[in-house]
Design a protein around this ligand. Structure first.
Ligand code: TYM
Length: 324
């Protein structure tokens, strides 16, 4: 049997450059290798663990499948699914919750951040988030997970659960590791923290026009920090330069050191390069979005293929846990 890869993206908005460089580029790299069974998911159930609007979720989740296809995921090679189409994920998460403690979940930095962000919504669903994520991955016995570096604490939980299940019940879950891309951490355009859907003015959408990208990149603060150090905003620009125009980085660094760098020149060059990278994606997206029947078929076919694998794992776990 081929080794399995799993990853997922929440349907909380449209995809941004961080999702693309930290996750989707990894999906494509792995698809290119061709030696894995791949499942790429829109984790719609994870999307309801923080406040949301049902009609927006319904729309957003479909947009992400379209993004996956436009980015180059081939449904013949990769299984594309909605998490809620495979109820076994939620069933397995409940079984997994018997080997994980409340204290461990409450101490996760990702949980604490979310509670800070949404103090009115400190729910059981939020606390259970990492357990459901472990179930997403382990239901396919996936050993490799292409995600950004921010997901590392969650992967650690998945490894812990795999170990505990194997020790306690004699299952054979792998301990999943992260598949890292060059863009594993994309900084925010504000110069503070990471690019994120929930932080305004922090992100570039994959569907942004050249004008929009230029405007956003021009807004990155470049005022010099005290002590002559590179400011966080300028560091952000050089991160983008390294990813999109690597052969030009040395030249820009030299002119920065020689104090001749015009920030707007660097910014506009980066904006152009980002847009050039996104343009083929945007063109494919328009075509795919026009063929809703095709999108429906992809979702239906993905669910049928994924469910077969998921059912088998749940059957195995129920047997080992004495439930059947
Ligand atoms: P989510 O929806 O927050 O993000 C989706 C993917 O994009 C990556 N990402 C970034 N990478 C680099 N720089 C950034 N600024 C940046 N922002 C986001 C994330 O690391 C992620 O890979 N918990 C997951 C969803 C999930 C999942 C799973 C992932 C649920 N079950 C099972 C993998 C396997 C999340 O919230 O991703």
């Amino acid at each position: 049997m081929k080794k399995c890869v799993f990853s997922g993206i929440r349907a909380t908005g449209r995809l941004h450059l961080g999702n693309y460089l930290g996750a989707v580029k990894g999906f494509l790299e792995i698809q290119e290798k061709g030696d894995y069974e791949m499942v790429y998911c829109v984790v719609d159930v994870h999307s309801i663990t923080t406040p949301y609007k049902p009609d927006e979720l319904k729309k957003n989740k479909r947009e992400i499948i379209i993004d996956y296809l436009a980015a180059g995921l081939d449904p013949k090679k990769s299984i594309l699914i909605y998490q809620s189409d495979i109820p076994e994920h939620m069933e397995l998460a409940f079984y997994f919750s018997t080997v994980e403690t409340i204290a461990r979940m409450m101490h996760l930095p990702t949980y604490k951040e979310k509670v800070k962000q949404y103090p009115q919504s400190n729910t059981m669903a939020l606390l259970n988030y990492p357990i459901l994520m472990a179930a997403d991955i382990l239901i396919y016995k996936a050993g490799l997970v292409p995600v950004g570096i921010d997901q590392e604490p969650h992967l650690e939980v998945a490894r812990e659960i795999a170990r505990k299940m194997n020790q306690t019940y004699g299952t054979d879950f792998p301990e999943p590791v992260r598949f890292a891309t060059k863009g594993e951490y994309i900084p925010s355009l504000t110069g503070e923290g990471k690019m994120s859907k929930t932080v305004v003015n922090s992100f570039i959408n994959l569907t942004d026009s050249l004008e929009e990208i230029r405007k956003k990149i021009r807004s990155v603060p470049t005022a010099t920090a005290a002590g002559g150090e590179m400011s966080p905003g300028l560091k952000t620009l050089f991160t983008f330069a390294q990813l999109f125009i690597p052969s030009e980085v040395e030249g820009f660094k030299k002119s920065y050191e020689g104090r001749t760098l015009q920030f707007v020149t660097l910014k506009d060059r980066i904006a152009e390069a980002i847009y050039a990278d996104l343009k083929p994606f945007q063109e494919r997206r328009v075509k795919i979005a026009a063929d809703q029947k095709y999108v429906d078929e992809v979702i239906k076919d993905g669910a049928a293929r994924a469910r077969k694998i998921a059912r088998e794992t749940v059957r195995e776990v129920k047997e080992k846990m004495g439930l059947s």
